[in-house]
Design a protein around this ligand. Structure first.
Ligand code: GDP
Ligand code: MG
Length: 444
């Protein structure tokens, strides 16, 4: 970790041209540097001043607003100044060069957020949420990442953490007072506590999994034989004619990618070549790609045609949604009989726009536990891993408790707490922090 006694600066607005460009400076020299450049006294924090920004030769480089936040009441917890000038690459770079010449150094990606974390303005989950807000792929993802930023996800973690600490204290005191150990450890209240911990963890894990889906989005592959209507289904889901639909088998060869938002979840749909035996080398390549896409997808829409021997082809698989298309070719009786036998298979007619809502609902059901709501937050794969490790150690602690092994149980609980604390960053290595913040953009 670098020392925080230096002053960092970066262009906080995106590269390119725009009406306004912002340079952000944070650290002990921020105020002095900004005063020199603007030739203004920054005596009142949060007061907006208009100023000319001058270089060392007193030439005017730009003009704009100066905004000063006094430590600790700033984003980073340090003195922060924003110079808001004109949004041109060259003028911004000239201004930044001047700031650097006056004693600041270029900020690394994510360094402002990292300082906010190190100064305990935000926890690690909140810092990650800042990057997630910026990268959000749907309106729901924006709202959910704002909730993470406001601490909704952290509150879930802290709740489990306090349950866990309570349990630890309980078990540790049983070890410290061995004459009472038997009673302590076999106490039904301790068992209840353990089960409350389990429940709480399980609930949070499910919500976190939904949070990752919202954050990262999902890939869905549309797979099936030629001519069953895969491309037609893609077009219905995207509500435009992205893929060529034709009664000529083998029309789709390349993988067609379309991004849509389904009930708030950013989805990448992948339409593929129909899978069958063929001598055509181009089609063969397409089929190979289709199989690859199928393997890598988070979810597969397995499409069968109602004009084919479809019933024998239904093979329930995890992460698969089975769809019978062209059901306009079935009689009502045929459809009813089929439905009574296969409740989980969707009957659809892409041609008549029927059942598309069923596909959307099935997707949501598969990837979220109970859909999205106003409590959903965003999360990352890292959080799921830590929660699973926590769960593993709590399971082990429970087993040791059943064997009356107080010390081993206490050790497992300690490891569980450590794993959980890595989520919010109460306990974290420099490596982890480096990995997280280096993926941020510059100036954030
Ligand atoms: N009757 C009927 N025909 C359909 C339906 N969906 C697609 N088709 C037709 O089936 C043929 C193949 O469709 P396409 O989407 O290209 O299938 P793909 O090869 O699986 O991508 C086209 O002639 C479509 O018009 C449907 O729901 N009902
Ligand atoms: Mg096709």
């Amino acid at each position: 970790m670098t020392s925080q006694s230096d002053t960092i600066a970066a262009i906080a607005t995106p590269a390119g041209t725009g009406g306004v460009g912002i340079i952000r400076i944070s650290g002990p020299e921020a105020k002095t540097i900004a005063q020199k450049i603007s030739n203004r006294e920054l005596s009142t924090p949060r007061k907006t001043l208009f100023a000319e920004f001058r270089n060392h030769d007193q030439q005017t480089i730009d003009s704009g607003l100066v905004l000063y936040f006094q430590a600790p009441a700033s984003f980073t917890g340090e003195d922060v100044v924003e110079l808001q000038g004109h949004g041109g690459q060259v003028v911004m770079n000239m201004l930044l060069k001047e700031v650097i010449a006056l004693g600041a150094r270029m900020a690394r990606p994510g360094e402002f957020s990292e300082r906010a974390f190190l100064n305990e303005k935000i926890d690690l989950v909140q810092a990650e949420a800042i990057a997630d807000v910026i990268a959000s792929g749907s309106e729901q993802a924006v709202l959910a990442s704002q909730r993470s930023l406001q601490g909704v996800f952290s509150a879930h973690i802290n709740e489990i953490l306090s349950l866990l600490i309570e349990t630890r204290v309980w078990v540790e005191s049983a070890i410290d007072f061995p004459e009472e150990e038997i009673d302590f450890l076999s106490d039904t209240r301790l068992k209840q506590q353990m089960s409350a911990l389990h429940q709480s963890l399980k609930k949070t894990l499910a919500k976190t999994e939904t949070g990752v889906v919202l954050n990262k989005g999902i890939n869905i592959a549309i797979i099936g034989k030629p001519n069953v209507g895969k491309s037609s289904i893609l077009n219905r889901l995207t509500e435009n004619d992205s893929a060529i639909v034709s009664d000529v088998a083998g029309t789709t060869r390349d993988v067609i990618k379309e991004d849509v938002v389904i009930a708030g979840i950013p989805v990448r749909l992948l339409d593929t070549a129909g899978i069958h035996k063929t001598e055509n080398p181009i089609e063969q390549q397409g089929i190979e790609r289709a199989l690859q896409v199928q393997q890598q997808a988070d979810l597969v829409l397995q499409v069968l045609g109602a004009d084919d021997e479809f019933e024998s082809q239904i093979k329930p698989q995890t992460n698969h949604i089975c769809i019978i298309n062209k059901t306009d070719l079935l009689s009502n009786d045929e459809a009813d009989v089929f439905k009574s036998k296969h409740a989980n298979v969707l009957l659809v007619s892409a041609k008549h726009k029927q059942g598309i809502d069923l596909i959307q609902q099935a997707i949501i059901d598969q990837v979220t536990s109970g859909g999205l709501n106003e409590n959903s937050f965003t999360a990352r794969q890292r959080h799921i891993q830590q929660l699973k490790t926590t769960q593993y150690h709590i399971d082990a602690a429970e087993q040791q408790l059943q064997l009356n092994q107080g010390e081993l149980s206490a050790e497992e609980l300690r490891l569980a707490q450590q794993a959980l604390s890595e989520i919010t960053g109460d306990f974290s290595s420099d490596d982890l922090l480096g990995e997280i913040f280096s993926s941020f953009c510059i100036g954030k």
